[in-house]
Ligand binder design. Sequence first.
Ligand SMILES: NC(=O)c1ccc[n+]([C@@H]2O[C@H](COP(=O)([O-])OP(=O)(O)OC[C@H]3O[C@@H](n4cnc5c(N)ncnc54)[C@H](OP(=O)(O)O)[C@@H]3O)[C@@H](O)[C@H]2O)c1
Length: 264
Amino acid sequence: MPLTTGLQNQRVLVTAASQGIGFGVARAFLEEGARVVINSSNEQKLRKAEEELSKSGEVHRITGDLSSKEDLDRLVSGTARVLGGIDTLAYITGSPAPGTVMEKDYEDWDRAARLLTVSPTYLARKVAQVMIDGKTKGRMVFSASLVVREPSPSLALSDICRVSILGLVRTLARELAPTGIRVNAILPGYIKTARIDQIVRNAAKSKGISETHALNEIVSQIPLGYIGSTEEIARSFLFLGSDMSSYVSGAALPVDGATLRSIG
Ligand SMILES: NC(=O)c1ccc[n+]([C@@H]2O[C@H](COP(=O)([O-])OP(=O)(O)OC[C@H]3O[C@@H](n4cnc5c(N)ncnc54)[C@H](OP(=O)(O)O)[C@@H]3O)[C@@H](O)[C@H]2O)c1
């Protein structure tokens, strides 16, 4: 049997998709013939992304802040209405500010926990209900980060709050298994987006080195020898977000050019 994604006409919600990883993921699903709703918090940026992505297929936009309950409710009901249901959720989110534990205060933890822990869990629950009501054997793919396996000293909010994604996919995969809905995670390593450009600029400034030097330091940590592209990470979303991965649920897949050292 030839290997195909089978995503033609599938109904896909991609969050945080006005740029970067989310934008690349939305484009990859569109190129496979899926019908896609994109979301992000900035209406102007999202409209521009929608214009660009419409060259690749049927795309709709729903603006909303992923850390707001009202916006999550509106996002799920709007997506279900526009697409007539949801087959795949591709969850990407924004980045919390860098910094150490000692540099962060109560409000920082509260905000980060809402964005990185409460938001994906609540969204998963809402999307699952749409899938169950539609008798859809859907798939959910949650993007986190390598830091859930190997914490980064300067990304405390992310290190701590994103670990919940591992708990979410294991718990929900087992809870929803009887419905046929599958739940998995992707752990991106270094992927070439505006976020990486910012990390390079910050590292150059704080260490007093050139941006080229700072970039080379990052690349030297990646055994495959280069920073991944959004197209490369998008392919892992196609795999976990389609029936190509029909027997995979509760997994967390690193997509990192072999950067991760830990075994567990
Ligand atoms: N690039 C990497 O190497 C890498 C590695 C590991 C993990 N990650 C994580 O993967 C995620 C995406 O990274 P990226 O590199 O694609 O970042 P990016 O280029 O900065 O894009 C971030 C996206 O998130 C959206 N966003 C931010 N806050 C939002 C909110 N509250 N509600 C809805 N959308 C929101 C932004 O759109 P608006 O501004 O329009 O809202 C934008 O589309 C981030 O969480 C990042 O920390 C990235």
